[in-house]
Design a binder for this molecule. Sequence first.
Ligand SMILES: NC(=O)c1ccc[n+]([C@@H]2O[C@H](COP(=O)([O-])OP(=O)(O)OC[C@H]3O[C@@H](n4cnc5c(N)ncnc54)[C@H](OP(=O)(O)O)[C@@H]3O)[C@@H](O)[C@H]2O)c1
Length: 308
Amino acid sequence: MKTLKLGTSDLSVGRIGYGCWRLSQSTPKQAQEKIETALSVGMNLIDTADIYGFSEPSKYTDQDNGFGEAEAVMGEMLKAAPALRDQMVLVTKGGIIPPRPYDSTYDYLTGALERSLTRLNTDHVDLFLIHRPDISTSFEEAGRALDSFIESGKTRYVGVSNFTDAQGRALQSSMKNDLIVHQNEFSALCQDPITDGIFDQCQERGMTMMAWSPLARGDLATGQNNEKFDKDKFARVKAAVDDLAKIYNTTPANIALAFTLRHPASVLPIIGTQTLSRIKDSAKADSIDLTAREFYDVIEAYRGEGMP
Ligand SMILES: NC(=O)c1ccc[n+]([C@@H]2O[C@H](COP(=O)([O-])OP(=O)(O)OC[C@H]3O[C@@H](n4cnc5c(N)ncnc54)[C@H](OP(=O)(O)O)[C@@H]3O)[C@@H](O)[C@H]2O)c1
């Protein structure tokens, strides 16, 4: 798999990453198989968060609400297979805490990262992200927390998730260190970053855009509109993706990934399948080079009209 440098950092990562949102109900042994499969095809960026597992049964934490479970499963896996840690560029996120619902105060984020490291059974992560913007806390305070994490060595780099362009800029203006990534939803069925300034900011500042749910939580692969996208938009986009799958003799899932990779910003889709064969197959998307016209076909299908 091709690689890229994550934002302005010196971290080299495969162009497609593996996400652990759906990993919380795996055993550590099953998690190990998934992570090893991802690593074997070059997906060395492994994305998790403290909230992953929330509302699900807890087995590896003392919480009764599932908070921390996906990290704890990974921590158990790393206890059994510690050599995996250095093969990963490990990303976690904090700052979502129901029912508040978001907390980016210095004290909360500091404690959250500490608890993530304990669950993950590691002394540092490679990248820590604020998971969602906390409107009740100043950017100055949140930025001070992120800077302190780098200074203490608990993370090598920092970034943000689900921030707007303006929120990213405001946070950055109060910090000493660079935010190296945005992580936002981006897929053929959610094209907001193309027009909301996120991709522009990434190109301007050399940041990477980690694209979450690049298959629209599976709907672009299955053709089932489970996420209840606008019916006509869904049909148009799915048809455009399916047509390209026929041309490239590949799966709609891999065309959906190739679409995200075609944007000229540094885009890194994070896949979430729990199926080993699908993890392996997804790596092939990296070698599909859509033409600019084909890229526009999917954009125009989403818009429901040609470009102006
Ligand atoms: N920052 C944020 O707020 C945020 C929010 C959401 C997600 N994320 C990150 O993004 C990652 C990916 O999200 P996601 O799981 O929604 O991504 P996704 O890759 O868009 O969707 C994965 C889902 O698609 C299903 N699927 C069905 N057919 C498939 C096929 N042919 N190939 C591949 N998958 C197929 C998978 O089912 P099977 O498992 O049965 O294969 C799985 O349920 C998460 O793990 C997390 O790390 C971040």
